[in-house]
Design a protein around this ligand. Structure first.
Ligand code: GDP
Length: 379
């Protein structure tokens, strides 16, 4: 390159042995961005073209190396920001979604074939499947699809950073805990109750990912005349509603009943256990001595990212839309009375098509364009 000399490694892949399935070459050079740019420029001058976003994976798809969910798994892997998303992407790539959709689709296709055969023989008045049976199959399929969606509910939560909200009486030790978990001074801690005047947030990195921790001060400050206190109270209530994980903090020595909350906390933590024995709590901690803090981190990790080994499929909105579309067709079929056989077949066909598009067994160019253009890099 431009009179420079360096050692590079060239790997050649035979047709059928590369990621895309095409004959290809990889050039490995020393990790210097300037060198990389100069090398690329030489290659462009020699006639090379940069890959479009998703081009490698698109080629792999068109050469039959991956199905559509496999291609999406590559995108999900690139976008994953925590261990759990990575696991979910790996399961998608391993074909788990395709494996679960395929038997459902096969069953529907079989039903459709029987209905269509009946239409072909309608002159002879032969029927291969009764409409009652078709409706029963449709209902069973809707139940299977609903289960599939239920198994993936947790993944949607991963689309955003889980929100962990701390609530409790003033002086329960919320800001102190927030600072302890965040590992730096974020909130102002004061021994005077009610001194935390704003919602304080911090990012906390747990074992399997990052959560946003939010301290709801002002939950108890319902001083009717003070508009700021009123506003803070409203914000605290909203935060509690929105929390993915709600943590209730109570001082170890506090014998009063917990403050009224609009929902059950996910975890009750007794604080300041260095000062008084803690009874009846899920967990006792002391921000002062550090007692129980590691255990709290573990429990938060589990509440935010699910129990270890909890299986999740990385369904994206496209998959969910296709599944819902198939369910809508089948529900319409299941709830209708006797209808024209052609119409029955049409509902079944639309449901099969909707499911088929998940793995690309049925696909349109438009759909492919959208999937591959969602890649942000030329993978
Ligand atoms: P908040 O109003 O719930 O945010 O409570 P703060 O975090 O401001 O804490 C109130 C007071 O309790 C402060 O003086 C803290 O230093 C003190 N405090 C917080 N955590 C502990 C603890 O684990 N042990 C002891 N001894 N004091 C604590």
């Amino acid at each position: 390159v431009d009179g420079l000399q360096f050692v590079a490694l060239l790997l050649l892949f035979e047709k059928g042995r590369s990621y895309t399935g095409e004959e290809s070459a990889e050039l490995h050079i020393p990790g210097n961005p300037l060198l990389a740019r100069m090398t690329l420029e030489e290659l462009y001058v020699a006639g090379a073209k940069p890959a479009e976003p998703g081009e490698f994976t698109a080629r792999a798809f068109f050469n039959g190396r991956l199905d559509l969910t496999g291609a999406e798994a590559v995108a999900a892997t690139i976008a994953a920001s925590n261990q759990r998303e990575l696991d979910a992407a790996r399961r998608l790539g391993a074909g788990e979604l395709a494996d679960r959709v395929r038997p459902i689709m096969d069953h529907l296709t079989e039903t459709l074939a029987l209905v269509e055969a009946g239409i072909d023989f309608s002159e002879e008045d032969i029927s291969f499947i009764s409409q009652d049976e078709v409706r029963r199959n449709a209902r069973d399929t809707v139940a299977s699809l609903r289960q599939l969606l239920a198994d993936t509910a947790r993944f949607e939560r991963l689309a955003h950073e889980p929100l962990v909200v701390l609530c409790g009486r003033p002086n329960a030790g919320k800001s102190t805990l927030l600072n302890t978990l965040a590992g730096r001074q974020r909130a102002i801690v004061s021994p005077v109750a009610g001194t935390t005047r704003d919602l304080l947030t911090a990012e906390v990195t747990l074992m399997r990912g990052t959560v946003r921790l939010l301290d709801t001060a002002g939950l108890e400050e319902i001083d009717g005349d003070d508009p700021i206190a009123h506003q803070m109270h409203q914000r605290a209530l909203r935060a509690i509603e929105q929390a993915d994980v709600l943590l209730l903090l109570q001082e170890a020595g506090d014998r009063q009943p917990p403050p009224p909350l609009s929902r059950q906390p996910d975890l009750v933590v007794r604080t300041k256990c260095d000062m008084a024995p803690a009874a009846d709590a899920d967990l006792a901690i002391s921000a002062l001595t550090g007692e129980g803090v590691d255990r709290l981190r573990e429990q938060l990790d589990e509440l935010a990212f699910g129990a270890a080994g909890d299986e999740t499929l990385a369904l994206n909105t496209r998959h969910i839309r296709q599944i819902e579309q198939a369910m809508a067709e089948l529900e319409e079929l299941a709830s209708a009375g006797e209808m024209n056989e052609e119409l029955v077949a049409e509902h079944l066909r639309l449901a099969v098509d909707a499911l088929g598009e998940i793995t690309g067994m049925v696909s349109t160019d438009d759909l492919l364009g959208r999937i591959f253009s969602s890649f942000c890099i030329g993978k």
